[in-house]
Design a protein around this ligand. Sequence first.
Ligand code: ADP
Length: 362
Amino acid sequence: DLQEKPTLPLFGMDIGGTLTKFVYFEPENFDEFDVEERRILQIIHRYLLGDTAYGKTGIRDVHLEMGDQKICGRTGKIHFIRFPTSQMSAFIDLVKTKKFSGLASGICATGGGAYKFAGVFEKEIQLQLHKYDELECLLKGIHYSDRYNHRSECYYFSNPLDSENCEKKPFDFRNPYPYLVVNIGSGVSILSVRSKTDYTRVSGTSLGGGTFLGLCCLLTGCDTFEEAIQLASSGDSKHIDKLVKDIYGGDYSKFGLTGDTVACSFGHMMSKERRELASKEDLARATLVTITNNIGSIARMCAKTEKIEHVVFVGNFLRENQISMKLLAYAMDYWSNGCLKALFLEHEGYFGALGCLLEYLH
Ligand code: ADP
């Protein structure tokens, strides 16, 4: 790829089907820059770092900041920002009205939107998108943050479904290979990773985070991911799903299925009476559990065919979503008789954007 690399300021952008992720490297020592560079950095910092919310929907995830990072021979802090991709035209308007265009000639970008919006960026704000592959960026980001995040990046849950004894514990990911990455964004991609450079996309499913949110909005009338998760947290999916015991009266012991196993997701909704009793909370919970368990079972099959024990779940579907994380942790362990381990990473949805920023290193 002979495209010319953009220089300072350092941004990485991952324009996804639902969310645009934006990372920014804030260099520490301004004295090393010339007058023009300093002017540009000051404008950017005043806006980006002066606040933690932008417009109606942009948010800086302050808790994810990574300090004391060394990029392009400079020390600084990496910042993590996101906004809905549906707000891209508002973002472009903002760049125009604040006269930000001209501060950078190009930006490293990944995700489908790097292709979809390339023309608009160039025409409207004279910004060239230097495009990189999203899965390559994802892995670069994962490897970087695990190595250079000074706080522990990787963790797992012990006793995931036992509310009293469940614990989040750090996991040593220094020698991770081989491992599976399950990236749960709007849709799902599953990668088998054998070394830094040897990886394949082994599977995927269109039933992902976007499906959860779409169905949940339809079924409950909610409007945001946060609302959907809030509803799900107080719902009971047993009111919606048919369990083995609803069909057998107890366990199906011949094949080791306990009575509490879901036999048919949404199975109770065949009945008019049950439908009338179903609350928004129950419907949201059942949607979350259905989507999560389906992803879990596809991940398990992939791990089996690839003969891999460590499964790393990432993507913004897991943002503020302990229900799904714990369910995945439990399902991996339970259905594999303890052979598989579900792992999670603190910067869950930002690895594509982070990997994109790292393109400056080469
Ligand atoms: P993509 O790159 O496809 O946009 P992400 O990894 O950003 O994928 O994940 C998008 C998913 O994250 C959504 O489908 C939704 O399930 C979940 N999500 C988490 N936070 C939000 C939010 N604030 N707005 C919309 N979706 C969110």
